[in-house]
Each structure stands twice: as C-alpha cells, then as structure tokens.
Design a protein around this ligand. Structure first.
Ligand code: ATP
Length: 312
C-alpha cells in the first residue's frame, strides 16, 4: 500500500532590528539582563519543512556556506525540540528542512533564530499538531532568546534575555535601509568586548525605553530616529572600526539615523519614506562602505506558512 506523504510546508519568517537595546549586568547564568525593543522587518528567510527519506538541513542563499548543516543548525535543533515536546523523537529521521536565506548570517538580525521559529511553525503544520503559538513560544525560548520574537513578529518589548515579550503599539510602517558587512560578527564576542570596555571605563549607556514606545505610538519616524540606541554598538564598532564610516555614510546619504543592529555588524538606517529609503540605498551602495544594501520595512508579522491560513 502507498503511504500518504504530506505536502511540504514553506514558512516565511522576518529578521529583526533592535530600535533600543539596553544591556544590563551579567547574571549568575552568564547572560546579560536586557531591555530591548524589537521590530520585525520584511527582510526574510524561507524555510521548507518536508517529509524526506534523508533527514537533515540544506541551506541556500545569503551566506549559505557559513551555515552549519548538522546538529549545530538552529533549525535542526528546533526539529528535535518540537519532536521531543510531542513525544515523536523517532520521527525526525523522516524530516528534511531547506533554508533559503535572505537574512545575513551572524549579522545581528537573528537569522538563525528566525529559522528555528519558522521550523517550529512548519513542522507543527506538517505534522498537523495544532499547537497554539504560545505553546510554540515556550519551546522557542529554550532554543534562543530571539526565537520567540521571530514567532510573533510585529514590534515588542523584550526583557530577561530578550525572550519575555510584550507587544508594543506601532502606528506606522517604518522604512529601513540595511548595510551588510563583508563578514559576520560573533554575538558572544561582542558581549565580551562590551564587558571589556565596561571594565576599562564607563561607556555611555542608552536611557529608558519609554520615549521609544511613545515615538512608536506617534508613528513619526523623525521622532523615532532621535531615540534609536544600542549599548552593543560601541563594542561592535570597537571590533569592526569600519562600521563608523558605514554609519556616517548612511546619514550623509539622507537617512534620518543609523544604528548597528543587535550585535552587528549590519547597520540599519531609518528613512523618512519608502522613496527616501530607495534613494539612500542607491547612494550607500555606491559609497563602497559595505558588501550589500537592502531596503526593508517594518513591522511585519512573525513566522507564517506561505500561501496558507493554517498557521498555528
Ligand atoms: P543574533 O542577532 O540572534 O545574535 P545573528 O543574526 O548575529 O544572531 P545568526 O545568523 O543567527 O547570527 O548566526 C549566528 C551563528 O549561528 C552563525 O555563525 C552560524 O554558525 C550559526 N547558525 C546555526 N544555525 C543557523 C541558521 N539556521 N542560520 C544562520 N546561522 C546559523
């Protein structure tokens, strides 16, 4: 008798930019206490989860060569975590995952976390598990601090390690230009550099997140631009001094403001409109300060099945 094979499920998942990232002290578990405001952007990865004879992960697209295809891939860790959660660990031998990456690898835009979130949604749909998004978010939090946000998307305040989320009202579509650097930056290395800078002196820290929440509610990109702030920026720039030039070039090209995204090295420039973003992107691409330039907008929804309304 022929087995009925479920059709593959493809999930689109957003990247993130941190509009505000305040890094507190190191906790006993080695993580830093964070207060951050995430915004999900239209720069996405696509993840296909399918029944397969050969289990594993294949990776195509942006930075594919530097992404592990073994157990170290966050998408595969998501397969394993979900299978264990529903007591189907033996079935992972029949799961294949294909990643089509648009999000820069080790770029501070949570690409690996996005793939993990998309895989949770995709496998849940493939196996018809009918799990609520909040239940997936609990599994997501065990995989990494940014994974729950990639499930929900939108704009959110994150605390703890960034995994405790509260949605933030955002009235406007904001337009961004993203400058990808030649190489990625390791997130632990950037945190280590911040600890070193703080041990040596007292680098300035971002203030309260409250004015950022107000600016998002007002929907005025000029107001928001004045408030973008990231405690990791000094550390990223210290490790990659060329980023200073990139940040300057974006503002000279007409962006309202620029910030290093998360742990970098991607720089994100907030622009006044979609047209302004296209102009800034064109000028920045010609300035020779980065590898690739992309335009994006946010907020956008979290991980969603493509062409389906059966996302959990
Ligand atoms: P974050 O902003 O969450 O700190 P990031 O965006 O800087 O992360 P990622 O692209 O998530 O960085 O990748 C960090 C490292 O994780 C990569 O160098 C890669 O070796 C590993 N990795 C594991 N799985 C993936 C994946 N699915 N996509 C990209 N990198 C992955």
């Amino acid at each position: 008798m022929l087995a009925v094979v479920p059709p593959p499920v493809t999930v689109r998942v957003p990247s993130k930019v941190n509009l505000h990232l305040s890094v507190g002290d190191v906790r006993d578990d080695g993580f830093h206490e964070l207060t951050t405001i995430f915004q999900a952007l239209s720069l996405t990865d696509e993840v296909t989860v399918a029944a397969a004879e050969e289990p594993g992960v294949e990776v195509f697209g942006e930075g594919a060569k530097s992404v592990p295809t073994d157990e170290g891939n966050l998408a595969w860790r998501a397969v394993r975590a979900l299978a264990e959660h529903v007591d189907r660990a033996e079935d992972i031998d029949k799961v294949g995952v294909v990643l089509r990456k648009g999000i820069p690898v080790a770029g501070g835009m949570a690409g690996g976390s996005a793939d993990a979130a998309a895989t949770l949604v995709g496998l849940s749909s493939l196996w018809k598990l009918d799990l609520a998004r909040d239940e997936l978010a609990q599994i997501a939090a065990t995989l990494g601090s940014d994974v729950p946000f990639a499930l929900y998307g939108g704009t959110a305040l994150g605390t703890g390690r960034g995994e405790e989320l509260v949605p933030v009202l955002s009235r406007h579509t904001f337009h961004w230009v993203l400058a990808f650097d030649q190489r990625g930056l390791s997130t632990p290395r950037v945190y280590g550099e911040l600890d070193r800078l703080r041990a040596d002196g007292d680098p300035p820290r971002v203030g309260s997140h409250a004015p950022v929440v107000e600016a998002l509610a007002s929907g005025d990109p000029k107001q928001l631009a004045l408030l973008l702030g990231n405690d990791l920026q000094a550390a990223a720039v210290s490790l990659r001094p060329g980023l200073r030039r990139t940040l300057r070039a974006g503002v000279n090209a007409g962006a309202l403001a620029g910030t290093v995204s998360g742990s970098g090295p991607t720089c994100a420039f907030l622009c006044e409109s979609a047209d302004a973003a296209l102009e800034v992107a064109a000028e920045l691409a010609g300035a020779g300060v980065c590898r690739t330039v992309r335009v994006a907008h946010g907020p956008v929804p979290g991980a969603r099945v493509v062409g389906g309304d059966d996302a959990p």
